[in-house]
Design a protein around this ligand. Sequence first.
Ligand SMILES: Nc1ncnc2c1ncn2[C@@H]1O[C@H](COP(=O)(O)OP(=O)(O)OP(=O)(O)O)[C@@H](O)[C@H]1O
Length: 336
Amino acid sequence: MNNKLLEVKNLKTYFETDQGTVKAVDGINFFIEKQKTVGIVGESGSGKTVTAQSIIQIMPWPGKIIDGEVLFYKNEKEIIDLAKLDPKGKIIREIRGKEIGYIFQEPMTALSPIHTVGSQIIEAIRIHNSMLTKKEARKKAITLLKNVGIPSPEKKINDYTFQLSGGMRQRVMIAMALSCNPKLLIADEPTTAIDVTLQAQIIKLLKDLQKKYEMSILIITHDLAVIAEMADEVIVMYLGKIVESGTVFDIFDNPKHPYTKALLKSIPNKTSKKYLDTIKGMVPDAFSIPNGCEFEPRCEFSIKGKCNKYKPPIIEIKKGQFVRCFLYEKACEENE
Ligand SMILES: Nc1ncnc2c1ncn2[C@@H]1O[C@H](COP(=O)(O)OP(=O)(O)OP(=O)(O)O)[C@@H](O)[C@H]1O
């Protein structure tokens, strides 16, 4: 039985700029199963947000999908390639919000300052459920606010976003994203704009809501601790490419790619030494991508003459765990 909800195949999203082409997403493959959580992790500029935006075609100008497929398994019989839809067309507009909800990085920029919380949620509900009366939509909005843990929702529904704390705003954003019971919730750095004590609450909330609404989640973060808490499957991105993917256990207990290993070493740990390891060097400029492996200039295991010259292949190191690295070519041959 096919349990997939979304499948991304060889997706490429580029930005043609005056300085040159930014290959923000450069040929990535992954899938999300029903009611599972996939986490995308990587440093700033690795292409996480553009990947998420590409799924529902909301990339900023001049971003464009230039190749690949985004297959959405709407039901048993219907598969829609979202990458081929007109970004302004009716079909994708119906899918956005109704089938796929999106939590933006910055609630303040995503929510309107001049409308009450209630009117924004009610509008989101009514766009996709035109049959509902205003009164019914209002009732639903209050239930949603209650479900995301907003106290006295009957009162808070009349508030403006500036009257709410950061954590409450994030909850409103989540309520909006859930307004039409989406099958997939995309959460782009849902905990970045709020303080640490609230982060754990938001993560717990997302996990509870996932069960309640039977959704899949795609979570984007640079924070491996968030990934460890939430994800079933993990994708590690670097300069527009997936360098490693596998289950959360594969990635945390048995990471293979030197970049994944370096990311893991940089997580604070109660027992670790005083100073954390940082990853050597900087992410290269999007216009000067290395000729060989993208990570080679920063890699302590680089094989000179190979890693700096050629693009590494993707190797399935064990069932379901993939790594893009020359170091594992031998393991691959032995497995064959
Ligand atoms: N409007 C734009 N014009 C040109 N390049 C862009 C634009 N938006 C994003 N990019 C580029 O696309 C690449 C991927 O960016 P993206 O925002 O997806 O990274 P990210 O991994 O989500 O990082 P962050 O955690 O900082 O959001 C970067 O090189 C970025 O500069």
